[in-house]
Design a protein around this ligand. Structure first.
Ligand code: AMP
Ligand code: MG
Length: 406
């Protein structure tokens, strides 16, 4: 059985080439740039006032308070002001061009009208360059402001608007299909017979994809039947990535791997030393990647985050799509049988002296209801059988960690 790290190595060495598409910049949130964004102009494009106030020659106000002749006004969007003469000042607004000749702006709070009309008292000196953003001080025309590989958030959208990029090249999102398999499964809108349960995994996985900005075609519930599995798998192989949940364990009716072989898929691993999620299968056919995730709901959720996310995130252009890791202090003693790296649910909170990890009481890898109380998992190393209260453990945060409430 391979380790979690070995499984990741296999996944990353089987990534198909990423594809690129052009999207309108307003639809690019969450995407990853496949080209550099280059400044098409200097920003600011002119010497810009950072405050509302009066443009001056710093040397004229060295011995402030002084009175200067009010020579006019420079307002944002109101044209380029003329040159400022010695002994003059100009009323100026935030974001407006500073007139040639002026080398500082005194803020309006330190200025007042003089008793004599047409003059302004500058009450305090101001140093040369104060409150002026020089032309090009934020970015220079021709300079690369965003590298290819940069993920687009709100500030990047602003950068593209700033430089007039109406479209940008980004990595294409992989197409994904999901199906669930198991004779016991019915849909959420059905009343299960006494021996049946509702399919929850397909919807859980679809929402995990949604948190990554991805959508999936849902191909429904497939019976534990080779012909039915073959048919739906063929349909799923039309997509870049197929995610199957259920039917990968050792039972008589776990037929997914047999059908992988029938369809000529190359099985790259079929068991990982992870808890929960040991029976996870990864296969490929050309550029198509296929994941067989276990049917137990927490196993499916965890193996998606550990194995599917790193692949899909990279196809989307991310260099580091893994869930964030950090460390925290365990609040209770924990035991386990060693041999597999365990990802165990916890509620993690910030206290004055660090992150605290409250392990969840959960019943098994089937207990998705218990898992609704978790915002993170802590990692129980595979060579340990005991972790003591107060020990510092590694955490893998759930994707919505920072917004979870309970
Ligand atoms: P399997 O991996 O098919 O052996 O299933 C393991 C366990 O997960 C069984 O108890 C199944 O009933 C349950 N299970 C399988 N698929 C799903 C699903 N889509 N939603 C909820 N539970 C499931
Ligand atoms: Mg099954």
């Amino acid at each position: 059985m391979i380790s979690v790290e070995e499984a990741l190595g296999i996944l990353l060495s089987n990534l198909p080439e990423r594809r690129i598409e052009q999207v309108p910049f307003r639809s690019a949130l969450g995407r990853v740039l496949a080209e550099a964004i280059v400044a098409t102009s200097d920003i600011p494009p002119f010497r810009r006032s950072a405050v509302d106030g009066y443009a001056v020659h710093a040397s004229d106000v060295r011995n402030a308070p002084v009175e200067l002749v009010l020579a006019g006004e420079s307002r944002a969007g109101g044209g380029m002001p003329g040159r400022l003469g010695t002994g003059e000042t100009l009323s100026i607004m935030t974001g407006a061009p500073v007139p040639e000749g002026a080398d500082a702006v005194q803020m309006v709070e330190l200025c007042k009208p003089a008793a004599a009309g047409g003059k302004i008292v500058i009450t305090q000196p101001v140093r040369a360059h104060d409150n002026i953003a020089p032309r090009g001080s934020e970015s220079r025309e021709g300079e690369t402001v965003l590298e290819s590989g940069h993920r687009i958030g709100p500030a990047e959208i602003a950068a593209m608007a700033t430089f007039g990029y109406s479209r940008a090249a980004v990595y294409r999102k992989p197409s994904v299909a999901i199906f669930a398999t198991g004779d016991e499964l019915v849909e959420f809108d059905q009343v299960p017979r006494p021996d049946q349960i509702r399919n929850s995994n397909a919807y859980c996985l679809a929402s995990q994809l949604q948190l990554m900005g991805l959508e999936a075609d849902y191909l429904g519930i497939v019976r534990d039947d080779k012909e039915a599995l073959r048919q739906t798998m063929r349909a799923g192989l039309e997509r870049d990535v197929l995610i199957i949940t259920g039917g990968v364990s050792m039972g008589t009716y776990d037929l997914v791997q047999d059908v992988f072989q029938d369809l000529g898929l190359e099985i790259l691993f079929s068991k990982v030393a992870i808890k929960p999620g040991k029976p996870t299968v990864f296969a490929r056919r050309g550029n198509n990647l296929i994941f067989g995730l276990p049917g137990n709901p927490i196993s499916a959720l965890i193996t998606f985050e550990c194995f599917v996310r790193p692949v899909l995130g990279r196809l989307c252009g991310m260099a580091h799509p893994e869930l964030p890791r950090m460390k925290g202090e365990l609040l209770a003693d924990m035991k386990q049988s060693p041999g597999r790296t365990a990802f165990l649910p916890a509620w993690v909170t910030w206290e004055d002296d660090g992150w605290k990890v409250d392990p969840l009481l959960w019943k098994s890898s089937a207990d998705i209801i218990g898992f609704t109380r978790a915002n993170a998992t802590f990692i129980f190393p595979k060579n340990r059988d005991f972790l003591g209260k107060g020990e510092i453990v590694e955490l893998m945060l759930l994707p919505d960690f920072f917004v979870r409430q309970r």
